[in-house]
Design a protein around this ligand. Structure first.
Ligand code: PLP
Length: 406
C-alpha cells in the first residue's frame, strides 16, 4: 500500500487514521467474514444490524449519552438538520401549545458564526414562526462586521417560551468556539436559558465540527444535538443525531393542527422507530465511523482526545502569537473564544499568504487555506491529526516567521 500521504489540515472532509483506512479496505472486500463487502451487503443483514448497534453503543458510552436520549443515524449532513430541527421542534411546540398563534412560536438563534447564521436563515425561510436572533456576536467583534467572539452571558436575549434555542458549538469557518470551562464568560450560557413549564429545554446544538473531540457540557439537557461525521469520526455521508425522546413527536398529528407537514425521512420519530434503517443508510460511512470509534475507545476515549486536542491547539496558538510579535501573523479570534478545532489567522504582507501555503505544501502539508468567505489560513486540528503532525506544522510556522522577519 502507498505511504505517500500528506498531512491534511483540511476543514472537512478531513483526515482519517491510516490504520482505520487499511482495515476499511479489507471490509470493502469482506465485511465481518460474510464474504460480502460493506458496500454490497444488505443493511438488514444481521451482521450490519449488529454493527450499527455497536456504533451507537460506542457513541453512547464515550459521550455518556443518557437513556433519555436516542442516537440516530441519517444522511443529508448538518445542512439538512438546519431544516429538520425547525420542522420537528415546531411540530412538537404545536402539539404542546396548540393555543399559541404562529407569531408567538419563537425560535431563538445564537449567531456566533457563518454556520449558525446559515441555520437561522433556513429557520426564517421555512417560516410558520418567528425566527429571532437571541444574540449576534458580530456586534461585539473587533471590526463590527466579522464573527470573532463569543460574547459574555449578559448579552443574550432569549424569548420566554421558545420552540427552540439554537447554537453552533464550533464555528468551522470563523474559528469561534464556546469555552469548555463552565465558569468562563465565553462558555454557553446554560444557566440563563428559559425553560419550558415542564423544566425541559428545547435546546439544539450543531456539533458538526467538534463532535467526539471533548465531552459535551449539559448533554442530557439538550433536545437535539447533530453532527456530520466528516470532521472527527468518519467520511461524509453520515449524520449523527442525539435526540431527547420527548422530541420524537408525531409530526402528522401536528400537521392536522396546522403545523408544516414534515417529510418522513426528516421526522425524528420515523428514524427512531426504524432504528435508523427506515430507508437504506450510508453503510460505508457508518462502517468507517465504527472503526474510528473503536480505535478512539482503545486509545482512551474522549478524555484522551480532549487532552490531545488541548495540547495541539495550545501549540498552534502559541506559534500564531509568536508570529504576531514579529509582525508576520495576525490571529483573528478574540481571546477566550478560540476554537481548538479550527485555528484561523492571517499572514501579513503582499503575497505572504501564498508563500506560506506553497511552502507548507512543499513539505507535505495541505488543506491550510481559509474558507473562501473569510480568507486567511485555517488549521483544522481534528482528532486524526496527530501531535507529531501538529509539531511539524508548528516548526514550519516558526521557520516561516524567522525567515519573514529576518
Ligand atoms: N455545521 C457546521 C458547524 C459545519 O462545519 C458544516 C460543514 O462544514 C455544516 C454545518 C454543514 O454540514 P454539511 O456540509 O454536512 O451539510
Amino acid at each position: 500500500m502507498t505511504t505517500s500521504r500528506v498531512i491534511n489540515f483540511g476543514a472537512g472532509p478531513s483526515t482519517l487514521p491510516q490504520s482505520v483506512l487499511e482495515k476499511a479496505a479489507q471490509g470493502l472486500l469482506n465485511f465481518e467474514d460474510t464474504g460480502i463487502g460493506i458496500a454490497e451487503i444488505s443493511h438488514r443483514s444481521k451482521e450490519f444490524v449488529a454493527f450499527i448497534s455497536n456504533v451507537e453503543a460506542l457513541i453512547r458510552s464515550q459521550l455518556n449519552v443518557p437513556p433519555t436520549h436516542s442516537i440516530l443515524f441519517t444522511q443529508g449532513g448538518g445542512t439538512t438538520q438546519f431544516s429538520a430541527v425547525v420542522l420537528n421542534l415546531l411540530a412538537r411546540h404545536k402539539l404542546l401549545h396548540p393555543e399559541l398563534t404562529d407569531d408567538e412560536r419563537v425560535m431563538d438563534y445564537v449567531l456566533t458564526g457563518s454556520w449558525s447564521k446559515k441555520a437561522f436563515l433556513e429557520a426564517k425561510r421555512l417560516g410558520g414562526a418567528r425566527a429571532n436572533i437571541a444574540l449576534d456576536a458580530r456586534k461585539y467583534s473587533k471590526d463590527g462586521v466579522s464573527f470573532d467572539n463569543v460574547p459574555p452571558h449578559d448579552e443574550y436575549a432569549f424569548s420566554p417560551a421558545s420552540a427552540l434555542i439554537y447554537y453552533c458549538e464550533n464555528e468551522t469557518i470563523d474559528g469561534v468556539q464556546f469555552s469548555p470551562d463552565p465558569s468562563a464568560q465565553t462558555s454557553f450560557p446554560f444557566t440563563i436559558l428559559p425553560r419550558e413549564r415542564s423544566g425541559l429545554l428545547p435546546l439544539v446544538g450543531d456539533h458538526s465540527s467538534s463532535f467526539m473531540s471533548r465531552p459535551i457540557p449539559h448533554l442530557s439537557e439538550h433536545a437535539v444535538i447533530f453532527a456530520g461525521a466528516q470532521k472527527n469520526i468518519g467520511p461524509a455521508g453520515l449524520t449523527v443525531l442525539i435526540v431527547r425522546q420527548d422530541c420524537l413527536v408525531d409530526v402528522d398529528a401536528a400537521a392536522k393542527l396546522g403545523a408544516t407537514p414534515v417529510p418522513l425521512c426528516l421526522s425524528y420519530k420515523t428514524l427512531a422507530e426504524g432504528r435508523s434503517l427506515y430507508n437504506t443508510p450510508s453503510l460505508l460511512p457508518i462502517y468507517i465511523t465504527g472503526l474510528v470509534l473503536e480505535r478512539m475507545q482503545e486509545l482512551g476515549g474522549l478524555a484522551y482526545f480532549e487532552a490531545l486536542g488541548r495540547r495541539k491547539a495550545e501549540k498552534v496558538y502559541a506559534a500564531v502569537r509568536a508570529g504576531e510579535e514579529r509582525g508576520v501573523f495576525q490571529g483573528k479570534v478574540q481571546a477566550g473564544s478560540c476554537s481548538w478545532m479550527n485555528v484561523i489567522f492571517n499572514v501579513l504582507g503582499s503575497g505572504a499568504e501564498s508563500r506560506f501555503l506553497a511552502g507548507a505544501e512543499k513539505v507535505g502539508m495541505k488543506g491550510l487555506k481559509g474558507h473562501r468567505s473569510v480568507g486567511g489560513i485555517r488549521v483544522s486540528l481534528y482528532n486524526a491529526v496527530t501531535e507529531a503532525d501538529t509539531d511539524k506544522l508548528v516548526d514550519y510556522m516558526k521557520e516561516f516567521v524567522s525567515e519573514a522577519s529576518s
